[in-house]
Write a protein that binds this ligand. Structure first.
Ligand SMILES: Cc1cc2nc3c(=O)[nH]c(=O)nc-3n(C[C@H](O)[C@H](O)[C@H](O)COP(=O)(O)O)c2cc1C
Length: 210
């Protein structure tokens, strides 16, 4: 079932969902497959399609991945309360804290992967590499939203030894495949999401010269 959203509504209301992930409603594999079929229409450099999509619904494995995420948060010192936060930062911190605590409770965690590694590559190579999986990843997020599901793009688990640890948990060949991030997937509690406050186009646009 798809939501009754215009294309502009879909594009402007696909948010990072943390507080409103429904941990109790199961997600059928068919829905994920539909979303992935749409995502796989995205372009890749030279049409290489070197991507792999690792969905995790096993409880123990989700816990192991969530532990890696939590360890990186603790390591980054971002788990502590900050007293000098703006209300917006405080809201984001509360939302982030909720996700950290409940990551394993999402019906699924997704780790998109791309063949190759660009750990020491030029920006040109990195740009070409990452742009061969991120458009598809975002299409997947949009397709989820169009069907009443939500996710949050996260990369925290990748830092330090986290990507390698997750590769070990999931048997991903670390030397051959890079991980894009970790995406908790669930139906959303309600489907009314709003456009975010962003910079205005005029503030970031250049015509003909920088
Ligand atoms: C590359 C990238 C990495 C991110 N990593 C994390 C993360 O590790 N944990 C998290 O809670 N959110 C993460 N986010 C979500 C952002 O914090 C979020 O997109 C931003 O606050 C804007 O909120 P919105 O998506 O609802 O508009 C990440 C987003 C992007 C694009």
């Amino acid at each position: 079932m798809t939501l009754d959203l215009t294309i502009d509504e879909l594009l402007s209301t696909t948010r990072s969902v943390r507080l409103r992930l429904d941990f109790d409603t199961p997600v059928q594999r068919e829905v994920l497959s539909e979303c992935l079929a749409l995502a796989l229409q995205a372009p890749t450099a030279s049409g290489a399609q070197g991507w792999r999509w690792v969905f995790v619904d096993d409880t123990e494995t989700k816990h192991a991945l969530a532990e890696i995420y939590r360890a990186n948060l603790a390591g980054a010192g971002r788990g502590r309360d900050a007293t000098d936060q703006s209300p917006r930062q405080a809201r984001m911190a509360a939302s982030g804290a909720h996700l950290v605590e409940h990551l394993q409770d999402a019906p699924l965690l997704l780790i998109p992967c791309l063949q190759g590694r660009v750990d020491h590559a030029s920006s040109a190579k990195s740009a070409t590499f990452w742009a061969s999986v991120m458009p598809a990843t975002w299409s997947f997020c949009l397709a989820l939203r169009s069907r009443g599901l939500g996710t949050c793009w996260t990369t925290l688990h990748l830092f330090g030894g986290g990507e390698r640890a997750a590769a070990e948990v999931l048997d991903i060949p670390y030397d051959q495949y890079s991980q894009v991030g970790m995406f908790p997937i669930a139906y959303t509690l309600g489907v009314d999401f709003k456009p975010a406050r962003r910079l205005r186009p005029a503030d970031v646009t250049h015509w003909n010269r920088w």
